[in-house]
Write a protein that binds this ligand. Structure first.
Ligand code: ADP
Ligand code: MG
Length: 252
């Protein structure tokens, strides 16, 4: 994405998402204002049902809001066609879903190569790139396995490899380690941390407070809005102290 370095990667203005009609109408997002700069690693926390997945799906252009604005790299993307959304996703956004979402009838390498189809890369090149990234995830020997033959940790690593194969600058992850043991979680967090250090923007939903230590900013949501927004000071080489830089709203 080409943009002025002061332009936020993401800017949401009074974003609203409603579900249901009449008596069953409710707000999954109830006026979200948010700016995220390039290179931030944002962790989003909050109780089940507070709107985290809804927010991530809208950020990933998989869903649309009812009201408000979404500026991606300074451009309003809300009104673009679904086809344009798919192109933007394939070029710039990597999405790691909570429930893996591998295509069951495709083997591992084909699943990982899938996001490259939109980019007009040749079939051979696609498989080469997929193979390369699978190697970096220590999954080379699983290339021709079917999704059902993998363990939970392997499945999620394949899903992450797939999200990263098109070298997205914006990575969205919905509880990427939610179904994994601590060793597998650590491998995945190291990978996300690495991507962050290389200048990519990461937005990760998590239930695990320990994982917020990887983030540069922690947002908590409640009932469809942002309740707290805290910048984290990353430990420098000569210091191991981690403390908030500022708190947007008082936390108890
Ligand atoms: P979280 O990810 O924080 O657990 P969600 O974003 O999944 O929360 O859901 C936020 C709210 O929106 C919840 O009340 C949920 O029931 C509702 N919701 C989410 N998706 C739908 C849908 N497709 N239809 C109706 N209600 C939905
Ligand atoms: Mg969710």
């Amino acid at each position: 994405m080409v943009s002025n370095k002061n332009t936020p990667v993401i800017e949401l203005r009074n974003l609203t998402k409603r579900y249901g009609l009449g008596a069953s109408e409710h707000y999954a997002l109830n006026g979200v204002d948010l700016k995220i700069k390039k290179g931030e690693f944002v962790a989003i926390m909050g109780p089940s049902g507070c709107g985290k997945t809804t927010l991530l799906n809208i950020l990933g252009l998989l869903d649309r809001s009812n009201d408000g604005e979404y500026l991606l790299d300074g451009k309003n993307v809300e009104r673009l066609s679904s086809h344009r959304h798919a192109i933007i996703r394939s070029k710039h956004i990597g999405i790691i879903f909570q429930n893996f979402n591998l295509v069951p009838r495709l083997n591992v390498i084909e699943n990982v190569a899938l996001p490259l189809t939109y980019k007009g890369v040749s079939h051979t090149k696609r498989l080469e790139k997929a193979s390369e990234i699978l190697k970096s995830f220590h999954l080379s020997e699983r290339e021709y396995y079917m999704p059902w033959q993998l363990s939970g940790g392997q499945t999620q690593r394949v899903a992450i490899a797939r999200a990263l194969v098109n070298e997205p600058s914006l990575i969205l992850a919905d509880e990427p380690t939610g179904n994994l043991d601590s060793k597998a979680s650590h491998i995945i967090m190291r990978e996300l941390s690495d991507l962050h250090k290389r200048g990519n923007t990461i937005i990760m939903v998590t239930h695990n407070p320990d994982l917020t230590s990887y983030a540069s900013r922690v947002i908590t949501m409640l009932d469809g809005h942002i309740a707290t927004d805290t910048a984290m000071r990353k430990p420098k080489k000569d210091s191991s102290i981690k403390r908030p830089l500022h708190t947007a709203k008082e936390e108890k």
